[in-house]
Design a binder for this molecule. Structure first.
Ligand code: FAD
Length: 321
């Protein structure tokens, strides 16, 4: 059983891992070696099924519930289980009630709780929602570590489609993300920043309710923070706009003025692949299966999609034996 996985974003690497760990031989093809143009590279890495319910269907919650455990089993130590804190400036406190009415599995946090959870935010917010069962990871660390683990387990990584075209695979799994060639899928532009400052520390992703799109700050190693993300109905991968940069920086600054002195280490843009209903799809045509439409939930939903596809491929092998 030899499977060709096209695409080395989070979907492709997750399915390669699931297949390899169940004994299949896998080759991964991605012309963009290193995956730094992939949407996955720019993600926040929040594994936040309950918070996402604010704007997503219940299916996203159900498919995402096992994600943190899957990542932890695949890459021990990669997941931080500190929950998510959702906050609002005093003028937007009503937005918190709206957020709470659309979600579940949270506790209301008062000023003291916020200070206990995030001491550097003490005195800055009177009310919040704490989703204690959520988690986060560093997408870049995970993508690099997963590729290294797969390579060590014998997975071949190819960048040249010509070399794989004649190799005679039993199955192909397409995990190619957004493509202008696929009329069924649309691109949703997400702009993000990486800031660095040692003047503030956070233990978990902090979301600020926002009338247009959820803005969040995710702590990473080395005093860096990912600030994201815009949601723009466009597949333009051009540089971040001034408006988006101002909105993201304003959000970080309103979370804590120490971000005013932070270094802007990077700006980035990723194109999220989305179907019209914003839900992921696994589609089979003969011996080709595609996983796509992970939209804003790639790290949250890729494990469930990978398990489903591995079941489809390996159960069929069992049935035909
Ligand atoms: C700013 C931002 C923040 C986000 N935050 C989060 C978050 O906090 N949590 C979360 O769960 N999700 C988040 N997401 C969503 C997540 O990043 C995406 O859902 C996910 O990356 C999609 O993964 P993918 O593997 O389908 O596509 P991609 O990551 O785009 O990977 C597709 C890969 O396929 C390759 N490819 C393309 N064509 C071919 C071909 N013909 N042959 C072979 N390879 C090909 C490409 O080079 C690319 O490497 C965020 C996204 C953005 C942009």
């Amino acid at each position: 059983m030899h499977v060709l996985v096209k695409g080395a974003g989070v979907a492709g690497l997750s399915v390669a891992h699931e297949l390899t760990s169940r004994g299949a031989r896998v080759t991964v093809l991605d012309p963009q070696s290193g995956g730094r143009a992939a949407a996955s590279w720019f993600a926040g890495g929040m594994l936040a099924p309950y918070c996402e319910r604010e704007s997503a269907e219940q299916a996203v919650v159900e498919l995402g519930l096992g994600a943190a455990d899957w990542w932890e089993a695949a890459l021990p130590g990669s997941v931080t289980h500190n929950g998510t804190l959702v906050l609002a400036p005093v003028r937007d406190v009503r937005e918190l009630e709206r957020f709470g009415s659309r979600t579940s599995e949270f506790e209301w946090a008062n000023e003291d709780t916020v200070a206990t959870l995030e001491p550097d935010l003490a005195g800055r917010f009177r009310k919040g929602l704490f989703f204690k069962d959520e988690a986060h990871l560093d997408p870049r660390h995970v993508l690099i570590s997963l590729a290294a683990k797969l390579a060590a387990a014998g997975v071949a990584f190819e960048t040249d489609p010509v070399r794989t075209a004649t190799a005679g695979f039993d199955w192909t799994v397409q995990c190619t993300g957004y493509s202008r060639d696929d009329q069924t899928i649309r691109g949703v532009r997400g702009e993000m920043l990486i800031l660095r400052t040692s003047d503030i520390a956070l233990s978990r992703p902090v979301r600020l309710v926002h009338p247009r799109f959820p803005i969040y700050v995710v702590p990473r190693a080395d005093h860096t923070f990912m600030v994201g993300a815009t949601m723009i109905e466009s597949d333009s991968a051009g540089p971040i706009t001034v408006r988006s940069m101002m909105e993201l920086l304003n959000a970080a600054y309103s979370l804590h003025p120490a971000f005013g002195e932070a270094e802007i280490v990077e700006t980035g843009v990723g194109i999220r692949p989305a179907y019209p209903d914003n839900l992921p799809r696994v589609v089979r045509e003969g011996k080709t299966i595609s996983i796509n439409g992970l939209y804003r939930h790639g790290f949250l939903l890729a494990p469930a999609m990978a398990m489903l596809v591995a079941d489809m491929i390996l159960n069929e092998r069992r049935a035909t034996r």
